[in-house]
Ligand binder design. Structure first.
Ligand code: IDP
Length: 142
């Protein structure tokens, strides 16, 4: 399996509950290396740009309000098969439907406030990493 990088965001709900360290420890236990880490309070423009693909969805306004409510912690993660592996560790979008032991089951509280974001493809991981970490972090060979 190739070594890949993916983007993780610990969302406002989890940061507010002081779960940042618990989530990062969980990720290290699952074999991810944390290559970069940044705590930031997203502006409306940053959140709207990041989630532009969801612009037409009925929950877009709610999602932007939530993501800009308080700070997030954004990480670049590296591991073999990182994109798929992180999606598995993260669990289903709705914490109620997520498997036991996943981050969203452990730390999420609703389909909107679901603790973590993870890139859904290698192509999007590259776009998302460069959105928050302009420079040389996009891929292991970059
Ligand atoms: P994903 O984060 O599991 O990839 P997406 O469908 O890409 O799920 O949705 C992006 C984010 O939008 C979700 O993580 C969640 O925070 C929010 N979201 C998705 N569906 C709903 C909804 O029905 N109501 C409110 N927020 C939602």
């Amino acid at each position: 399996m190739p070594v890949e990088r993916t983007l993780s965001i610990i969302k406002p709900d989890a940061v507010e509950k002081n779960r940042t360290g618990a989530i990062l420890a969980h990720l290290e236990e699952a074999g991810f290396k944390i290559l970069a880490l940044r705590r930031t309070h997203l502006t409306r423009a940053e959140a709207e740009g990041f989630y532009a693909v969801h612009k037409a969805r009925p929950f877009f306004g709610e999602l932007v309000e939530f993501m800009t409510r308080s700070p997030v912690v954004i990480a670049v993660l590296e591991r073999e098969d990182a994109v798929n592996a992180y999606r598995k560790v993260m669990g289903a979008t709705d914490p109620a439907k997520a498997d036991a032991g996943t981050l969203r089951k452990l730390f999420g509280s609703s389909v909107g406030e679901n603790a973590v974001h993870g890139s859904d493809s290698l192509e999007n991981a590259k776009i998302e990493i460069s959105y928050y970490f302009p420079g040389s972090l996009v891929s292991p060979t970059a």
